[in-house]
Design a protein around this ligand. Structure first.
Ligand code: MN
Length: 312
């Protein structure tokens, strides 16, 4: 019997470069944030759902974000330079420095504040959010600081692994869906193939340097999206380039994101907002030097709806 040949036309992975938009996080915090996620075409990359990139700035009090709530997500704080003090409603007080990870799992609800510590070191870093899957999003809140993350080399790249596993290394940070997050620093000018998990989709945020991804020049501050189905990516970068790599299995749940909350419906967001505004015990008080809390914005006149990636 002649085996029928099947013409498997494997679709090429989709790629898209997302340019940042400038936002101010709060009126009290002067620095501009470059936000690349969520984007109108790409809402999530794996469970990564929010990418803010800021600095370097030598501004005094660059980061001064008073107490505010979170529900349904993890916040990931990662610095290239500078120092930030984190305080939260669990009583955590944690100074974070470059190369360390602050991972706050809001679960049902937590409140925190962030204050940059001015030490004549420029503040420069990223703030990322990870959506929690439905089965975990109402767990008790927790906070973890990781100062002992894996650091290893791949070719001319030094990799700092924040979250997930890569090349036999494993971060101790707790995850709730298949996910990776890493800082890539190019010690030398490079042109190489970098391994990817083909089940994962990826975003590569260019912090510093002249970088080409699969032949596309990606500007500093932009996030280059690659859909799942790739087992490698070609990276060409000048010496001292720095890239944040985010990846994960496509997050199929329909989420509703508004302000600092991730829910599944308009009604849930209304509830979360009311809990913060009414000082309910869903969000315990934060004791800090700022002694302020950020009021929730007014909700829009339309019902909030979930959005999914348009490329899928
Ligand atoms: Mn926050």
């Amino acid at each position: 019997m002649v085996e029928k040949s099947i013409n498997v036309s494997r679709a090429m992975p989709k790629q898209l470069t997302l340019a940042p938009r400038l936002v101010k996080i709060t009126p009290r915090s002067g620095i501009s944030i470059r936000r690349t996620l969520p984007h109108r075409n790409i809402r999530t990359i794996g469970a990564w759902c929010f990418v803010d990139h800021y600095g370097p700035t030598d501004q005094v009090h660059a980061m001064s974000v008073a107490a505010h709530p979170h529900s349904g997500l993890q916040t990931v704080t990662w610095l290239f330079s500078g120092e930030i003090e984190h305080r939260d409603s669990l009583g955590s007080i944690q100074l974070i420095k470059a190369g360390e990870l602050n991972l706050m799992t809001s679960g049902f609800g937590i409140a925190h504040s962030e204050l940059s510590i001015d030490q004549n070191i420029e503040l420069h870093g990223v703030q990322l959010w990870v959506a929690l899957p439905d089965g975990d999003r109402n767990i008790a809140p927790s906070f973890a600081h990781h100062a002992d993350l894996p650091v290893f080399d791949f070719d001319q790249i030094t990799i700092r692994l924040m979250i997930g596993a890569f090349l036999g290394h494993q971060s101790s940070a707790q995850t709730f869906s298949p996910l990776v997050g890493a800082e890539l620093f190019f010690r030398e000018k490079s042109d190489l193939y970098f391994p990817l998990e083909s089940d994962f989709e990826y975003g590569l945020l260019i912090d510093t340097g002249s970088v080409e991804i699969n032949g596309f020049k990606v500007e500093e501050g932009s996030l280059h999206y690659i859909s799942n189905g790739s087992s490698k990516v070609r990276l060409s970068a000048t010496k001292s380039s720095r890239v944040i790599l985010l990846g994960g299995e496509p997050f199929e749940e329909e989420i509703v994101m508004w302000w600092n909350f991730i829910g599944r419906s308009h009604e849930e967001i209304v509830e979360m907002r009311a809990a913060w505004e009414n000082h309910s015990n869903r969000f315990a008080p934060v004791v800090d030097r700022l002694e302020k809390r950020i009021p929730a914005p007014v909700m829009p006149n339309v019902r909030l709806t979930s959005r999914s990636n348009r490329t899928r």
